[in-house]
Design a protein around this ligand. Sequence first.
Ligand SMILES: [Ca+2]
Ligand SMILES: [Ca+2]
Length: 189
Amino acid sequence: MGAQNSQPFTVPEQEEIMAETGFSQANVLRLYQRFQALDKDEKGYLSKYDLENIGTLAVNPIGDRIINAFFQDGAVTTDFRMFARVLAHFRPVEGPGESGSINSRLNKLKFAFQLYDQDKDGKISRAEMLQVLRMMIGIQVTDEQLECITDRTIQEADKDGDDAISFEEFAKSVEKLNIEQKMSLRILK
Ligand SMILES: [Ca+2]
Ligand SMILES: [Ca+2]
């Protein structure tokens, strides 16, 4: 009775998660506590509904898209390992030598790209771009302005003229942006 509290606390699959995500032990522990706090019914997994309680996602215009990223291949729940893996994309880059890790620029870009490419055909179509722009800036502009912004965004990035943005074109178009910083949500807070 009550003996659990005297055990040293370990997170399930802690080592694997640290290796996979680059989170420190302290980070993993903090994330796990966050996970448990979100898992109000102590189910051992999170549903979309649970994730909607993350404040930074609730106020993010594409928060729904980010939430969906936790649920790959039609899953309706996310376990802690998946939770940590998705959040690792938002871990700030702490220095060189992290090129292979989940939070590298390339992986951050891939993550961002899939938030647009909802049908996963490897291209952001005009319709897909319009949807995201509507979420991000929709309330401030008219539909007509939104169509114009979409066309301009596509035109600027679309180098091969297929009226869609491939991953390469996407990466190129955001080359000058500080993706490392933009994709570093302070989700751990
Ligand atoms: Ca697509
Ligand atoms: Ca193209």
